[in-house]
Design a protein around this ligand. Structure first.
Ligand code: NDP
Length: 328
């Protein structure tokens, strides 16, 4: 049969990890014909809990699951990794300043960048989920000599999926009828979910929606604030939907985006749409043959330009902060 694909998941004992791992092991991420070998990385205090998750994965008797290793050593965790999902990160503690958060995550993502460069497969695909995801990805790619920057991405797919779901609900079509949505910029409240080029069953979304105020006053803030709304309702961060988005992101990257549409991924900018080269920003992307490509030629009206400038400005400020800490 096919040789197993090695998938490393960090923060494997966390909430997202618990939803994510069974989906990877069942074939939802890489396909029903692709065996997977899982490597779970956790901090020493959580390795025991990760071993418990591994026991449950064993107990699922997934036909595609070729093996599971649990470790607190990044070199072991990333050994031969074909796909790495960097989920674990340092949450903001009480009274913690933004600089402390960036510093704590800087330590994690510099070390993981190095461990990836030294141990992972030459064509490893990296998805950063742990926040601040864009800037954590930026730190990792700067600390992974030999791995092309294009192999590091950060997740805005949950924001993208939230935008698709809101538009489908408003217009009464299934999500499969929605195309051409873009989430631009940072995975944060400044992100810009953009319907300008979107279509609903082939018709311009702005026309089908009709009311521009719905977009400005409901759609954009609802997507931007959805994470907080989930915490408010559930008493905990979104986890199942975040895991599902991570599966979607990697599946599309590996197996390709569907014909005639695109998705949103945070990738290293080549200067497209005036986003400064080198920032890890969300763009409209298509994937094929395991490579992503930024969709070119979309029109940005003055309102979109202003929103893009805000979120990209935030990314630039985060980059400047971590550069000032010597993390890049
Ligand atoms: P979760 O599994 O709920 O979340 C993990 C990370 O994903 C957080 O940074 C979270 O950000 C982020 N995230 C990104 N997008 C979303 C989204 N849309 N919704 C929710 N979260 C999102 O966190 P837990 O605390 O349950 O688990 C984290 C695990 O990581 C712990 O077990 C910890 O031990 C581990 N860890 C592992 C490390 C390693 O392997 N080296 C390093 C550090 C931690 P946010 O905080 O903003 O919600």
């Amino acid at each position: 049969g096919t040789a197993p694909t090695t998938v490393t998941v960090t923060g494997a004992a966390g909430q997202i990890g618990y939803s994510l791992l069974p989906r990877i092991a069942s074939g939802a991420m890489l396909g029903a014909d692709r065996p997977v070998r899982l490597r779970l990385l956790e901090i020493p205090a959580a390795v025991g809990a990760a071993a418990g998750v591994a026991m449950e994965l064993d107990d699922c008797a997934f036909p595609l699951l070729a093996g599971i290793d649990v470790t607190d050593d990044p070199a072991t965790a990333f050994d031969g990794a074909d796909v790495a999902l960097l989920v674990g990160s340092r949450p903001r503690g009480k009274g913690m300043e933004r600089a402390d958060l960036l510093q704590a995550n800087g330590a994690i993502f510099t070390a993981q960048g190095r461990a990836l460069a030294e141990n992972a497969a030459a064509d490893v695909k990296v998805l950063v989920v742990g926040n601040p995801a864009n800037t954590n990805a930026l730190i990792a790619l700067h600390n992974a000599p030999g791995i092309p920057a294009s192999r590091f991405t950060a997740m805005t797919r949950l924001d993208h999926n939230r935008a698709v779901a809101q538009l489908a609900r408003r217009t009464g079509v299934p999500v499969t009828g929605i195309r051409g949505i873009t989430v631009w910029g940072n995975h944060s409240a400044t992100q810009y979910p953009d319907l300008t080029a979107a279509t609903v069953d082939g018709r311009p979304a702005t026309e089908v929606v009709g009311d521009p105020a719905w977009i400005e006053e409901f759609f954009i803030p609802t997507v931007q604030q959805r994470g907080a709304a989930i915490i408010e309702a559930r008493g905990a961060s979104s986890a199942a939907s975040a895991a599902s988005a991570a599966v979607d992101h990697v599946r599309d990257w590996v197996l390709g985006t569907p014909e005639g549409t695109w998705t949103s991924m945070a990738v290293v900018s080549d200067g497209s749409y005036g986003v400064p080269e080198g920032l890890v920003s969300s763009f409209p992307v298509t994937c094929s043959g395991g490579e992503w490509r930024i969709v070119q030629g979309l029109e940005l009206d003055a309102g979109s330009r202003a929103r893009l400038d805000v979120t990209v400005g935030e990314l630039a400020a985060e980059r400047d902060a971590v550069r000032g800490m010597g993390l890049l």
